[in-house]
Design a protein around this ligand. Structure first.
Ligand SMILES: [Zn+2]
Length: 126
């Protein structure tokens, strides 16, 4: 995932990739401070790992919105067809679940991502 830190010189946010899930794990790999070359001002600074943080993923956010909207659109389309053909109660339940599934996937993706961010940001290295 991506982790971020602010450059002490110009306060612009820098991004780096890691597969560490917590800050402690990150520190084990990188040491308690990381040398960072700022993408904005180009200065090389040592950043303590406690200053490095995770953020919610934009791609997961976009993906979950997409699944949500696509699911609703898909459900809506079939709902319109259903109404025009006046089908059974079971059909209506099936259509209702077409709305529930994307909502569920959406909230689950959001929750997972928040958990990932929390588990990184919650731990500190002494
Ligand atoms: Zn900078």
């Amino acid at each position: 995932m991506n982790v971020y830190c602010k450059c002490p010189g110009c306060t612009s946010e820098n991004r780096s990739k890691t597969n560490a899930k917590t800050r402690v794990e990150y520190a084990k790999k990188q040491g308690s401070s990381v040398r960072l070359q700022c993408a904005n001002c180009g200065k090389v600074k040592a950043i303590h790992v406690n200053k490095i943080y995770a953020k919610k993923s934009k791609s997961i956010f976009i993906l979950s919105i997409f699944i949500f909207l696509f699911g609703i659109g898909f459900g809506g389309y079939y709902l319109m067809q259903l109404i025009s053909e006046m089908k059974t109660v079971i059909g209506i339940v099936a259509i209702a679940s077409l709305f529930i599934v994307p909502s569920w996937v959406y909230s689950n993706l959001q929750k997972e991502d928040q958990l990932r961010v929390n588990s990184f940001n919650r731990t500190y290295v002494k």
